[in-house]
Design a protein around this ligand. Sequence first.
Ligand code: SAM
Length: 374
Amino acid sequence: MAHVARQITPLGSGAASLADELAAAIARDGPIGVARYMHAALQDPRFGYYTRRDPLGAAGDFITAPEISQMFGEIMGLWFADLWRRQGSPAPARLVELGPGRGTLMADLLRAARAMPGFRAATALHLIETSPVLRAKQAWKLADNLPEWHERFDQVPAGPVFVMANEFFDALPVHQLVRADDGWRERLVENDGKGGFRFTHGASPTPLANYLPPRAAMAPPGAIAEVGLEGRHLMSEIAARVARHGGGALIVDYGPAGDSLGDSLQAVKGHRPHPVLSDPGTADITAHVDFAALAEAARAAGAEVFGPAPQGEFLRRLGLELRAQALKTKASAAEAQAIDAAARRLTAPEAMGRSFKVLAVAPPGAIQLPGFHD
Ligand SMILES: C[S@@+](CC[C@H](N)C(=O)[O-])C[C@H]1O[C@@H](n2cnc3c(N)ncnc32)[C@H](O)[C@@H]1O
């Protein structure tokens, strides 16, 4: 009877916060994996971080490249329009954005892509977004482009897909593993007995260790590693679609270019670091994107992969400095300064230029995509 009640009662129904909801679930069922904790913190239907708020901008918790400057989205627009033309201007095609935030990137991308005759008429706009708050902002900004929203990429209708994702993959849940004497065990979250949470680990080695790179075998006891299964799965879906129907994808995010070990889970609130296990649902939680794993998933699905290239180099190769010059011709002195500051922030190695990377996925046989070579 208790078992039946467990299944039909929504998790933690009646709880006043996500912390209460998770604490009740853990007390009842035992510790939960980091991936489940992260998913609940970001996506819980009642208390999830993205469910309840627009986190972007100076008054929010963080700022993203398209919110820093229109140049970012414009360059992406020219890149996609060029890729579309190189593939023989397919029509109809799907222009897809994963996690479009306020719709700023897509608005800038579409404006710039107007320079390519036929691109706009040939492409239908599809937005993958779970947040009702951000969907409303996107509807307002992109109304003229008649977007269609989906919860997941696999709901986008068949045909060539041109997929943009900026700071999306870092929001997908990761599993964490801890090195023990007998192998890797899954890192879990348990109640700390004082009204909060703490990390623990599983009682025996986890098969998730099969996803780790070979050099993980040398890691010392206590080392932490991450496996982003959801990101890998999504990448392989996108790449399979691109390989079969044509199109391409640009993934922009932060993380190391090669495989790496370590704990990259971080929470941010009001532009400041926040303890990952405190007040889930009230702070953004991200993990570094494992570009090596995404590239491997895309290749295994039959696509061609380019990069990852550092964001600064990618934007410079595609003419960010020229675009800044052009914008400055019509700007006041103060505006010109702001344009220069934004260009620096997007490209300087000590700002976003090196830590953020760009990975492209294209159909098999594609050669030399712009932005990935001098
Ligand atoms: C960090 S924001 C980036 C917004 C935008 N791309 C930008 O650069 O400003 C992450 C976006 O992804 C959405 N998102 C996060 N996880 C998601 C998921 N699993 N499925 C769909 N959308 C998601 C959020 O609601 C938000 O729009």
